[in-house]
Design a protein around this ligand. Structure first.
Ligand code: FES
Ligand SMILES: [Fe+2]
Length: 416
């Protein structure tokens, strides 16, 4: 958050307390600058953020940049091959250093007065400055960075939460998918005209899937919470599980979700901000494509196409769906109270060649369409919750248990 804007304090506590149990968040949560600043401090500057993939920057000097709201971040591979992160801000007069989204650098040179930093963040030249400048005190301000299973995470916190739990879970889950042997087939950026919480709330339920995603619901059992499903649907779910579950057998599949409906996440009471699970696809679908047929060569260790879908997610900004042949990862970054920047990455095996092994017009539509449908829903919901006519309604205990869990997780973070 901005250092000049104090958190709302007692006002915030009153606002948190104003949420009625089992209901959506009150109107004030979706557009206030002060509240947004408090969220940045508590959540976006406090937790671990997914920023991209290690294979996007394989060589020393390769970098990528991102903006966590108003805070520019630089992620760069150093001379020893380690991934490092820094505030992307010059130590002289504060200009943003790297302006490109990605690239390669021998050294980090500030465009303003040419102060020059090594790829390890040390200030190595500041020609024109007077004698006595302590270069060793003026290196780039480091941020915490971690990589696991091909994913890069950074934290802006002075003391971030433990990363080991996520690492253990994602390395086990991601191993058969081979994220370290993947490449990007396509990246699409989306600007969503909605508060970031609305995007998560939408992600955490499939109550909307039947009306809003007619193509998505054909591939999976997300809309069928087993205890409320008909006998015929329960039979279909059991058959799909029986058909594929033996193929899931690997350490990463310990967290399988062999039922309908969405697996529960997050778990605010146990402070679980990351998870993974594997679900079955419906008869006729071996991947999340429009017609259910394979759209690229098998990834990772898979020897059979019929392995369901591996799902991974971490709060506050990452989710991923991985089929036998491709994976779609989505990164979220806030950009003010009413704007959220989403980026989806379509991954395929590192040896797969566009035009020969896969076609983008078959690979992209399933998730590109689902994304656009979701962002449109979020935009219209933002318009509604901005209205003085909005009063939070009840959440379905059958279908929106994860929206409730997300809200409880969120309130716990901002209250802390
Ligand atoms: S602001 Fe970077 S060198 Fe002056
Ligand atoms: Fe959706």
């Amino acid at each position: 958050m901005s250092d000049r804007e104090p958190p709302p304090g007692p006002e915030l506590a009153a606002l948190v307390d104003s949420r009625r149990e089992g209901h959506g968040l009150p109107r004030a949560f979706y557009h206030g600058d002060k509240l947004h600043a408090a969220e940045l401090q508590a959540i976006w500057h406090g937790g671990w953020l997914f920023v991209g993939f290690a294979f996007e920057m394989p060589n020393p000097g390769d970098f990528l940049t991102l903006d966590v709201d108003a805070t520019p971040v630089l992620v760069i591979r150093d001379d020893d091959g380690a991934v490092r992160a820094f505030h992307n801000v010059c130590r002289h007069r504060g200009t943003q250093l790297c302006r490109e989204p990605a690239g390669q650098l021998r050294a980090i040179v500030c465009p303003y007065h040419r102060w020059t930093y090594s790829r390890n963040g040390a200030l190595i030249a500041c020609q024109g400055m007077h004698d006595g400048i302590e270069k060793s005190q003026l290196g780039l301000r480091p941020l915490h960075a971690e990589t696991c299973s091909g994913l890069i995470y950074v934290s802006l916190a002075a003391t971030p939460p433990a990363f080991d739990g996520l690492r253990e879970r994602f390395e086990a889950a991601g191993k058969p998918q081979g994220f370290d042997r993947a490449r990007i087939a396509k990246v699409i950026d989306y600007d969503v005209d909605a508060n970031w919480k609305l995007v998560w709330e939408n992600n955490r339920e499939c109550y909307h899937c039947a009306p809003c995603h007619p193509q998505y619901v054909k591939s999976n059992f997300d809309i069928y919470e087993e205890e409320y499903a008909s006998a015929a649907v329960r039979q279909k779910i059991a058959a799909a599980i029986a058909r594929t579950q033996s193929k899931w057998a690997s350490p990463g599949d310990a967290a399988a979700h062999p039922t309908g409906g969405l697996a529960t996440f997050p778990d605010p009471e146990r402070d679980l901000w990351y998870t993974s699970n594997r679900t079955a696809l419906t008869e006729g679908f071996v991947t999340e494509s429009v017609d259910g047929k394979r759209v690229a060569p098998l990834m990772g260790d898979y020897e059979d196409a019929d392995v369901g879908v591996l799902r991974m997610r971490s709060l506050p900004n990452f989710w991923l769906h991985a089929s036998c042949d491709h994976a779609v990862a989505t990164r979220m970054l806030p950009a003010g109270p009413r704007k959220t920047r989403m980026r989806s990455y379509w991954l395929v095996d590192q040896d797969a060649r566009e035009g020969e092994d896969y076609q983008l017009d078959r690979l992209l539509p399933f998730w590109h369409l689902t994304n656009e449908q979701d962002w449109d829903i979020c935009k219209w919901q933002q318009k509604g919750v901005d209205s003085i006519g909005y009063v939070p309604g009840p959440l379905s205990q059958r279908k929106e248990y994860n929206v409730d869990a997300f809200i409880r997780w969120y309130l716990k973070q901002v209250r802390a």
